[in-house]
Design a protein around this ligand. Structure first.
Ligand code: SF4
Length: 82
């Protein structure tokens, strides 16, 4: 799971904005203004009935600041991204 969903910068972060794009998710913020330091993105590739699926997750980041439930506070009632 992407650590960003519990990071205080999730709605300002350029890296998370890119992850949203890869997952074809709506953006929390169309104009992010925060550059994360040394984010590490894990890319899982799977095939399903001939379709290639890619899942992008930030697994570590020097800018991470814990704020539990930050993403769901911004999108209450929505399914939490994997
Ligand atoms: S963990 Fe890093 S990449 Fe993810 S939202 Fe926070 S600052 Fe951005």
């Amino acid at each position: 799971m992407c650590i960003c969903i519990n990071c205080t910068y999730v709605d300002r972060c350029v890296t998370y904005h890119a992850v949203e794009s890869q997952h074809l998710q709506p953006h929390l913020n169309e104009h992010p203004d925060f550059e994360a330091l040394s984010p590490t993105v894990n890319v899982n590739i799977a095939t399903d009935a001939g379709n290639i699926q890619m899942e992008w997750d930030v697994i570590s980041c020097d800018s991470f600041v814990s704020e539990a439930g930050k993403w769901i506070k911004l999108r209450p009632g929505h399914p939490i991204p994997n």
